[in-house]
Design a protein around this ligand. Sequence first.
Ligand SMILES: Nc1ncnc2c1ncn2[C@@H]1O[C@H](COP(=O)(O)OP(=O)(O)OP(=O)(O)O)[C@@H](O)[C@H]1O
Length: 595
Amino acid sequence: MKDKQQSYLFQVNLKGMISLLSEHLYSNPNTFVRELLQNGVDAITAIKTLDEQHIGSIQVHLNEKRNEAIFEDNGIGLKEDEIHKFIAVIGESSKREAFEANDFIGKFGIGLLSCFVVSNEIILETRSALADKVLRWTGKADGTYQLERITEERPIGTRIILQAKKEWAHLFTTSAFEKNLRFYGDLLPIPITLRNGHEAILINEHTGKWLNDDYTKDELLELGKSTFHTNFIDAFRIDAPSGKLKAVAYVLPYKTQFSGKQQHKLYLKRMFLSEDDCRLLPKWAFFIRCIINTDGLSATASRESLMVNGELKATQKEIAEGIKSYLKTIGVVDPAIYHKLISTHYLHLKAIAAEDVDLLKAFMDDLPFETSKGIRSFKSIRTYQKNIYYTANIDDFKQLRRIAEPQGLMVLNAAYTFEEELLKKMQRLDSALSIEEISPVHLLKSFRDLDEVSANAYMNFTEKARKILETLNCEVTVKRFQPTDIPAIYIASNVNHTGKSSHIKASANNPLAATLGAFTRTNETKPQLCFNADNSLIQAVFPIKDSYVVNSIVHILYVQSLLLGKYPVSDKEMNLFNEGLHNMLIMGIDNFINI
Ligand SMILES: Nc1ncnc2c1ncn2[C@@H]1O[C@H](COP(=O)(O)OP(=O)(O)OP(=O)(O)O)[C@@H](O)[C@H]1O
């Protein structure tokens, strides 16, 4: 090597490059159908710059016996120098630098190579609108090509002739071609005809009418039904000028998850691009399906997604605004649809309302929430009582819902995503609202202590009960609480040393027992049995002095409270219960109650 710096040119392994671009860039062997349609459309767009009145058409001739397909367009064609320059140079495109570049679908100069996936060679026969010669170019996957002149008379335009490789012969049938031509070309503005012998099928007869703003709502819904095989709740239009984008959005008639793939139909310059929304829709719009056409956004080279750039981001915002503005007005425009929308998609609406104040205002009153009195709209919750109480987790809600009822409280379950956020935002919006988080501890504080006289009167019983339950590692308390028909509540401890950790797990099923279980979470380390001094049975048993009787009653009430709280009961506890019951039966109630 000499000292002086020298420049070298990269070398390209042509065969490798063709294989890379044709076989590995595109995920689908049918891509050639799209690429050839697109070249035909672009060639017709180009000839229209010479003759505005030109009526373009694309014919696909199929010869199933010979596994041959010919794509024929009456577009601008190619001159000899253009063939050398654009067809034979990979990555060169006549469309990129053209004045009307934005009108063309292609730009990368590689699309034609997709034909090598299904065919060993590509034959292109063409007559340019700007020259008389009819030329045939034959390109092979090894990177060689021949160019010859043919004498046959030809109209202006281009034919691409492909012979299917054996393994792809099944794609060269009328049914496969019809399906693929429709899939990619159903929105193209140039008529595409599939011909097989005498048979001629027009591929895109009625398409694209929805792009006209005069299409009615019923027609849009019909289009949605035939495209997605779904009877949608509603259809509305979205315009996004940044992406020169027009879309019809459809509201799904069933609940959807917050994740999972949604099917859409995305077209770029009316050529089908993807069933994915290519990030155009906001992440919360799971309840929406769209048919979209964009004339202003760019595809990636594989033409299977959109390039993420400034226009795409601006378009995303405009689409999100479009959906939101529909949602904000639908209640006024069509109350029936508004209520259907809420009852089907309230979870998604809550997600949107959590990030958009206007939507929060528009929807909040009608959004449903789970409460201790069943599912209620926010409006009915806020009109039911002065203060709105909510729990931020499901366990607290389960614990509170039964016990809140007798206290005359409605408790709202705000454990689901967004709900607490919604409530807090509502509070900020409307200072007249009083929204407060509540927990079992709060409610327990509302349980009244006994006055000194009652406490002394019940001391004897309480002490006895304390001793009895000591062996079961359980504390005893006495309070006054609602509902009065409940004699005692078992309060689980969540600390393992009690040996009753399994009780705590099961407690979520029982609001009462679990309520008090939560109480112990604060400082208590032992479970408790809380007697209700307002309960008539407890009032009757408190004065009993007989230790034998008290023993039986305490065991029965203890196990009954466990069962009530849906806590598991051990064999030992069950035996105590049975024993107690047995004793009571033997004694006969009149023999031991001092009344
Ligand atoms: N049917 C046709 N009529 C006229 N010119 C054509 C036709 N098909 C291809 N060409 C020419 O061949 C060039 C290369 O085509 P190719 O499909 O490989 O790439 P492209 O369409 O330019 O871009 P892209 O890779 O984005 O599709 C085109 O730019 C165009 O000049």
